[in-house]
Every structure is written in structure tokens, then in C-alpha cells.
Ligand binder design. Structure first.
Ligand code: SAJ
Length: 401
């Protein structure tokens, strides 16, 4: 079986690599020649534990080859970004253009899979696009929507072991796509229709966003009520049917902070709770920045000088180097605006250098600063010992004090 993956990013490349490692002949396609070059030399152009080794293996034994154009295959897997246009409206033009790119190669009996996160109805629209350009293929190809659900940082394991939802435009398409994934997925493959699979992907991430918003809202209430939110959640979770997530400095990354808008933009009246959760999680980052600024002001009034402030963490979640849509990065930029006098020590143990921020070692920053704001609960920070000779703003539960 030959499969052509369109898009060699955070999901496309790992999936192509794992498929190639499981007996499928894989063609990887990316419009960026640098990415193609790097993949062909066995390198992964982003950080994902364990992926480099398998990528090297499948490129050296020739089961994965990357190009800037597709090749005739049996399966086409579309894994391109779906960014926003305007006010949080999903832009499916990359998916459309990927479908258009594979059109000349599509023949009777082929399977086309969309993995990109998409608004509900996109797969049906892509079917119309294919049939309008190639009417002879109507009911002669298989088309399915099969979203990924891997956690960045644990992609290799989750790609193989997670259950998957397979949404065909008809039963034959679901069956055919399930057959394809069974080559490398050990989790269960649940078949449904394309619209349900599209909504399922959005639902999973919106559900997590809503649950985190609940924890973030609680943290703001607890601050005002002088209650330790960490202790509160731990105690509430002792209830057999309560499972509250952890508050933090906001929600980031390219999935949870993004996908709920795919629902709210299409169903604005019906998605009150989902929309509010987005607002709360965005507000939490703003609230943290305001808290740091007011603490700095209080320090100045009390001590008669500007404080040294350690801003601990830049990535969007613990123990990764990914800064996409990071609330911590937003807070750092916001706090630093108009504060030339204050001495900021910015810390991110997962990256060596940053093009805008000068980075400081975490232990040195913690030792030196008057005010320490924990923005991300990195494992290094958890090794530090709580000190009451400085002001500690623990937004993400490093000390849980
Ligand atoms: N966060 C909290 N409190 C928590 C858990 C997370 O504030 O209790 C924050 C994190 O710090 C981060 C954000 O939420 O800023 C998102 O992190 P995450 O670890 O929850 O999720 P992602 O964005 O890395 O990956 C999610 C996953 N989706 C779900 O868990 C439902 C993953 O399975 C998806 O494949 C991925 O989105 C995606 O690609 O859609």
C-alpha cells in the first residue's frame, strides 16, 4: 500500500513516520522545500521525543520519501493547518488547496482522508469539490474524516495507542479508512459519519477548555475569598463524581485555545458556555498580568524601589519548548510593557535562547528576584524550595501554597 501525506507538520510528519514504520510505503509532501530537505535527511524540524530515531530509520530504509509534490498513491492523507481568517473564523483554504493538489492523482478505488481540524461539514464540501472537478469519481472513491488526538510531547506513543474516530462520507469509506489505520493503530477504531467525527474533534477540545475555565474561574474566586484553590480542588475531587482540572495562567497551544472557536463561529447563539469558557481562559492570562503589575506597585510603595521580578516559564504548558499561543508569553509581554525600570528575569528551561526575551537560569532568577511569578509548572521549578522572604505568585500550582 502506498500513502501520500499532504502536510509534514506536528501531526502529519509523526503519522507519516509511524505509517512508514509499519509497512506502508509513504510519500510525504510539504510546500516548504526546507521541511522536505530536512525530512529526507532523517531530521524532524520540531521537538518531539522519540520521533527522530524512527524518522531516521524510515528515511534511510526508503519507506518514507519527502517531496514538494504528491505522487500517485492508494491513500491520500490531508494534514494541513486550518488557521483563522478575520474574527476567529476558520479558514479551510489549505484543506481545499490540498484536495485540489491531489485531484489529478485521484483514481477509482482510492481513499482520501482529512485529518486537519475542520468545521462541521468540511468533508462533505470536499466531496462536492472532488466530484465537481472529476464527476467520473462520484461514488467511486472513499472519503473519510479521521481526526488526530495526540498530546504534543507524547505523540509517538499516543499515535499508536489512542482510540480513533473514523468518519466516512458513507459506510464503505469508514470501513476503508479503518482498514488503513489498522496498519499502525493499536487503539480501537470507532466508525461513524464524517459530520459526527468533525464535531467529535471539536467537542473533545472544547470540553477540556470548558473544564479548565471552571478551574480558572474558581482560582479567581478563591483569591478573593482567601482560600487556597489547590487545596480546595483536591478536597472537592475526593467526591466520587467530581474531577476538577487544574487552574493555570490561561490556556494555550494550537488546539484547545483554538478549536472551540470552530464551534462558536458557526453556532454563536447556541454555544454560550463554550464561548464563555474561551473568554474566561483568555481573561485568566490578563488577570495574572494585572496581579503581577499590582504586586510590583505595592512593592515599590513599600520598599521605595522597583522590584526585581522573575517571570518563570514561557511555553504554553509544562515541560515542552512549544510557545504557540502561550498565555505565559502573553503575560511576560504585557507585564514588561512600559516598565523599563523594573529588572525582569525571564526564565524558560526548555529553550536555549529567544529572539525577543533574554533568558536567565531558573535557580539564579529565583534566588535574585523580589517577586517570583510562576507562569508554567515546569518540573525544574518544582525542585525549588518555597521561600517566604520573597513575594511568590504561584499561578500554576508549583508550590500549591
Ligand atoms: N491546562 C490547564 N489546566 C489543566 C490542563 C491543561 O490550565 O488542568 C492548560 C495547559 O497548560 C495548556 C492548555 O491547557 O496551556 C492545553 O494543554 P493540554 O495539555 O490540555 O492540551 P494540548 O493542547 O497539548 O493537546 C490537546 C489534547 N486534547 C485533549 O486533551 C482533549 C490532545 O489530545 C489533542 O490531540 C490536541 O489538543 C489537539 O491536537 O487537538
Amino acid at each position: 500500500m502506498k500513502a501520500c501525506f499532504i502536510g509534514l507538520g506536528y501531526i502529519g510528519l509523526p503519522t507519516a513516520v509511524i505509517a512508514a514504520d509499519n509497512g506502508i510505503e509513504v510519500i510525504g509532501v510539504d510546500i516548504n522545500p526546507e521541511v522536505v530537505k530536512s525530512v529526507n535527511s532523517g531530521k524532524v524540524h520540531f521537538s518531539e521525543p522519540g520521533l527522530d530515531k524512527i524518522c531516521k530509520k524510515v528515511t534511510s530504509n526508503g519507506t518514507l520519501k519527502a517531496y514538494t509534490e504528491p505522487q500517485t498513491s492508494d491513500v491520500y492523507v490531508i494534514v494541513v493547518p486550518t488557521p483563522f481568517k478575520g474574527n476567529h473564523e476558520p479558514d479551510v483554504s489549505y484543506v481545499e488547496s490540498a484536495v485540489t493538489t491531489v485531484l489529478p492523482y485521484l483514481k477509482e478505488g482510492d481513499l482520501c482522508i482529512i485529518e486537519s481540524t475542520c468545521p462541521v461539514g468540511t468533508t462533505e464540501k470536499m466531496a462536492e469539490l472532488i466530484y465537481s472537478e472529476k464527476p467520473a469519481l462520484k461514488d467511486k472513491i472513499y472519503l473519510s474524516y479521521c481526526p488526530e488526538r495526540v498530546l504534543p510531547g507524547n505523540t509517538v506513543y499516543e499515535l499508536i495507542h489512542n482510540d480513533r474516530v473514523i468518519g466516512g462520507i458513507d459506510e464503505g469509506s469508514s470501513e476503508k479508512a479503518a482498514g488503513f489505520y489498522s496498519h499502525f493503530v493499536k487503539g480501537s477504531l470507532y466508525k461513524t459519519n464524517a459530520r459526527t467525527a468533525e464535531m467529535c474533534k471539536l467537542t473533545e477540545n472544547a470540553s477540556r477548555d470548558v473544564q479548565i475555565a471552571f478551574a480558572n474561574e474558581l482560582s479567581i474566586i478563591c483569591e478573593k475569598a482567601h482560600i487556597n484553590v489547590w487545596e480546595l480542588i483536591e478536597l472537592a475531587n475526593k467526591h466520587p463524581r467530581v474531577n476538577i482540572l487544574q487552574p493555570g495562567s490561561g490556556v494555550g497551544g494550537h488546539c484547545i485555545a483554538v478549536d472551540p472557536y470552530f464551534i462558536t463561529s458557526e453556532f454563536p447563539i447556541e454555544s454560550q458556555l463554550i464561548g464563555k469558557a474561551r473568554e474566561i481562559n483568555n481573561y485568566k492570562a490578563f488577570w495574572c498580568s494585572e496581579k503581577i503589575l499590582s504586586t510590583m506597585k505595592d512593592f515599590n510603595l513599600r520598599e521605595g524601589r522597583e522590584p526585581v521580578v522573575a517571570l518563570m516559564g514561557l511555553s504554553f504548558k509544562p515541560n515542552i519548548e512549544d510557545l504557540r499561543e502561550s498565555p505565559a508569553k502573553y503575560i511576560v509581554s504585557k507585564v514588561m510593557q512600559g516598565h523599563n525600570n523594573a529588572d525582569f528575569l525571564i526564565v524558560e528551561p526548555n529553550i536555549e535562547t529567544h529572539k525577543v526575551f533574554k533568558l536567565t537560569d531558573y535557580a539564579e532568577a529565583y534566588d535574585t528576584a523580589d517577586i517570583v511569578a510562576f507562569l508554567v509548572a515546569h518540573k525544574e521549578f518544582k525542585k525549588l524550595i518555597f521561600r517566604d522572604d520573597k513575594v511568590i505568585l504561584d499561578f500554576c500550582g508549583v508550590f500549591k501554597k
